[in-house]
Design a protein around this ligand. Structure first.
Ligand code: ATP
Ligand code: MG
Length: 221
C-alpha cells in the first residue's frame, strides 16, 4: 500500500508513460523523490511518491499541457513539440529539462526533388501530426502547403502517394532510412520542458518553487 496523500492538496505532476516518464524519473531521484509505482506493471493512473505532498498522474503526452493549463495538474513535463501544437498561453515554462531530445524535420522520398518542390510560390502536400509547426514553417518559406493531419506512421504517407513530404520527430533517423526517406530540412531542436499552472504558482509558491529549483539542479547535473 502506498502512503496516503496528506490532508490538503498534494502537488500533482503530470507525466506521460514511456520516454518522458523514464527520463523524468532520474531527475526526481536526484531531488530525493521516488515514484512508488511502476506504470509498466500497474494500471494505476495516480502514482504516489516518497513525498506525501507530491503525486504523479499519467496522461497522454499531448494531454499534459491541457491538464496543467486547467489545473488538473499543478506541474507537468511536455515536449516542445506538444507545447507548440497545444499553444503555450497560460503555461509558465521555467525550465528546459533537456530530456527526450529529438528534432522536428521535413522528410521526403529519396527520389523526390524537394528543392524544386519548395521554390517560392509553389505548392506542396505535407502529412503530419504537427500541423501548427508545419504550417508556420512553410509559411515562413513562402511555400503554399496542403496539410494532411495524421496521428501516426507518418513515414507511410510519401510511400503511398498520400503526401509529398512529412513533418515528424526524428532522433536517430533509422526509421526514415528503413523506409527510404531522407531528412531534407531540420525545423527545430526539441526537448522536454517543465510546465507550471500559473494560478498554482501563485497559491503554492513555496513548494512549487522548491520543486522547480530541485528540477533545475537535477537537470544541470
Ligand atoms: P502518443 O504516443 O500518446 O501518441 P507521443 O508519441 O507524442 O504521444 P511519446 O512517443 O511518449 O508520445 O513522446 C513524448 C515526447 O517525447 C514527444 O512529445 C517528443 O517531445 C519526444 N519524442 C518523441 N519521439 C521521440 C524520439 N524519437 N526521440 C526522442 N524524443 C522523442
Ligand atoms: Mg510516440
Amino acid at each position: 500500500m502506498n502512503p496516503p496523500n496528506p490532508p490538503g492538496r498534494p502537488l500533482t505532476l503530470a507525466l506521460s508513460k514511456g520516454r518522458i516518464f523514464d527520463d523524468t524519473l532520474p531527475l526526481l531521484a536526484a531531488a530525493g523523490i521516488e515514484v512508488l509505482d511502476d506504470p509498466e506493471r500497474s494500471r494505476k493512473l495516480i502514482l504516489a511518491t516518497s513525498r506525501a505532498d507530491l503525486r504523479v498522474v499519467l496522461v497522454r503526452a499531448s494531454d499534459v499541457p491541457t491538464y496543467v493549463q486547467y489545473g488538473g495538474a499543478d506541474l507537468g513535463v511536455a515536449g516542445k513539440d506538444v507545447l507548440l501544437e497545444h499553444g503555450e498561453q497560460g503555461l509558465y515554462q521555467p525550465l528546459d529539462l533537456g530530456i527526450a531530445r529529438c528534432r522536428m524535420s521535413v522528410a521526403v522520398r529519396e527520389d523526390f526533388d524537394y528543392a524544386a518542390a519548395v521554390r517560392q510560390g509553389s505548392r506542396i502536400r505535407v502529412a503530419t501530426k504537427y500541423t501548427r509547426i508545419a504550417s508556420e514553417h512553410f509559411a515562413d518559406k513562402g511555400v503554399h502547403v496542403d496539410l494532411i493531419k495524421l496521428y501516426g506512421s507518418m513515414e507511410l504517407a510519401p510511400l503511398t502517394g498520400l503526401a509529398d513530404a512529412i513533418v515528424d520527430l526524428v532522433s536517430t533517423g533509422k526509421t526514415l532510412v528503413a523506409n527510404h526517406l531522407v531528412e531534407v530540412e531540420r525545423i527545430m531542436d526539441i526537448s522536454s520542458r517543465l510546465i507550471v499552472n500559473q494560478a498554482a504558482l501563485k497559491l503554492q509558491r513555496e513548494p512549487i518553487r522548491a520543486l522547480i529549483d530541485a528540477f533545475a539542479r537535477a537537470a544541470a547535473a
